[in-house]
Design a binder for this molecule. Structure first.
Ligand SMILES: Cc1ncc(COP(=O)(O)O)c(C=O)c1O
Length: 410
């Protein structure tokens, strides 16, 4: 390790200049040239987020009793999310640092519930092949066997195959709304029914769709059932830091029954000299700023603001999809329901097209099975659609001579 703590400090201005310089090498998300990791939604959103973050930069959300304002904001974010996702009055939840933590907590809840209520000792987690790696991670961390549900021709989980994979040790079945690779919503109602008939927990991973599908539905778009209106859904994750447009570190996990939160998610400990320690999250100390920013952006945009952003995004999605399909040998995979989708080429290696797009300054994710390029659109992308399509037409006509990239996630 070459870097040492410097003996003397560096003035603030010099450091800021150095950081700006280093940052100039980073992905140009503000220009709409990247398609995941950041969800740019406009300057009004950016300003609100910056102010809310600054106001709560130092507080710690570990102990809600010291910072009642934070506690109140967290409760209100959870309640607003529960309302959007049609959770029943007896539901409960909390905020976490992101989709992965919400998923880890859902898997832990299901594991402990299966042990307590069904005597499951060798728990299995059943998740579609297209489910986010957070489920594999949760299984590895928490000692569950990860069993993959194959996909049907439409890239959604195959329900008959799932039925054959269920055992008396299945602790959790998962469906995505939508999944990351293809943007399709799994047959949540059918999968959740498989689970509930057997007393098994079911998790809807709405990390991506939780703050977009409800608004698409209000705009009259066809949205398959995915939320708590589906009877067997026991937990659901929805990320405010994705299509809720909050800054990073903000997701919500919801339980259909609030008592599961205390019974299976809460960790309490007092066998040490430091006093009673209780925590719902994986983390101990929790930054306050993501909670404040999530609360602020939900209140700032309100339903009307989200509907306006969704309308803008929907217009962009149509133009991207039509423009891509119009190029001729490109086609979109599966049945994407919102703003996340993959496309491939019948004639060329799609990665070679991606490499050509790299040369024009675009940053497209690559995926395999089948090889494809991945797009995750945000409102900002509405402003660069013509540039993107012009460069894509050029890239299809001039693919890189040989591919230099591999499948990669973000
Ligand atoms: C469908 C889905 N679930 C879960 C996650 C994990 O979320 P995070 O990266 O916030 O941990 C992602 C991230 O992209 C996702 O697309």
């Amino acid at each position: 390790m070459a870097t040492q703590l410097p003996k003397t400090g560096t003035p603030r201005e010099a450091l800021l200049a150095e950081m700006r310089q280093r940052k100039s090498q980073d992905a140009d998300w503000k220009g709409g040239r990247t398609f995941s990791l950041v969800y740019p939604a406009g300057e009004d959103v950016d300003r609100m987020l910056a102010d809310a973050n600054e106001l709560y930069l130092y507080e710690n959300a570990l102990n809600p009793f010291r910072f009642p304002s934070l506690r109140q904001m967290e409760v209100e974010v959870v309640e607003m999310t529960a309302g959007l996702l049609n959770a029943p009055p007896e539901a409960g939840g909390c905020m976490t640092s992101g989709g992965t933590e919400s998923i880890l907590l859902a898997v832990k809840t299901a594991r402990d519930r299966a042990a307590a209520e069904r005597g499951v000792t060798r728990p299995q987690l059943l998740a579609p092949v297209s489910a986010h790696p957070a489920f594999a991670k949760a299984a590895a961390y928490l000692g569950l066997e990860h069993v993959q549900i194959p996909l049907g021709a439409d890239t959604r989980a195959d329900v008959d195959a799932a039925a054959r994979l269920v055992t008396d040790q299945t602790a959790l079945i998962v469906g995505s709304a939508p999944n990351y690779p293809f943007g399709g919503v799994d047959p949540i109602a059918e999968l959740a029914a498989l689970a509930s008939e057997r007393g098994i927990s079911f998790h809807t991973d709405a990390c991506l769709g939780g703050f977009l599908l409800p608004f698409l539905e209000r705009l009259g778009e066809p949205v398959p059932p995915f939320d708590f209106r589906v009877p067997g859904v026991t937990t659901l994750s929805a990320d405010v830091h994705k299509y809720g447009y909050a800054t990073k570190g903000a997701s919500v996990i919801l339980h259909r029954q609030a008592d599961h939160l205390k019974k299976y998610q809460l960790f309490v400990y007092d066998r040490w000299p430091g006093g009673l320690y209780g925590s719902f999250a994986m983390a101990g100390a929790r930054p306050a700023a993501p909670i404040a920013a999530a609360w602020a952006i939900l209140r700032h945009l309100g339903e009307e603001g989200y509907l306006a952003k969704t309308r803008q995004l929907l217009g962009a999605v149509r133009r991207y999809r039509e423009g891509i399909e119009a190029i001729g040998d490109l086609h979109v995979l599966g049945q994407p329901v919102m703003s996340v989708f993959a496309f491939t080429s019948d004639r060329h290696d799609p990665f070679a097209i991606g490499d050509a797009m790299d040369q024009r300054g675009w940053c497209l994710d690559r995926q395999k099975g089948p090889d494809a390029l991945h797009l995750m659109l945000s409102p900002r992308h509405a402003e660069v659609v013509e540039d993107f399509l012009a460069d894509l037409r050029w890239a299809v006509a001039n693919p890189a001579a040989s591919r230099t990239s591999e499948a990669r996630y973000s």
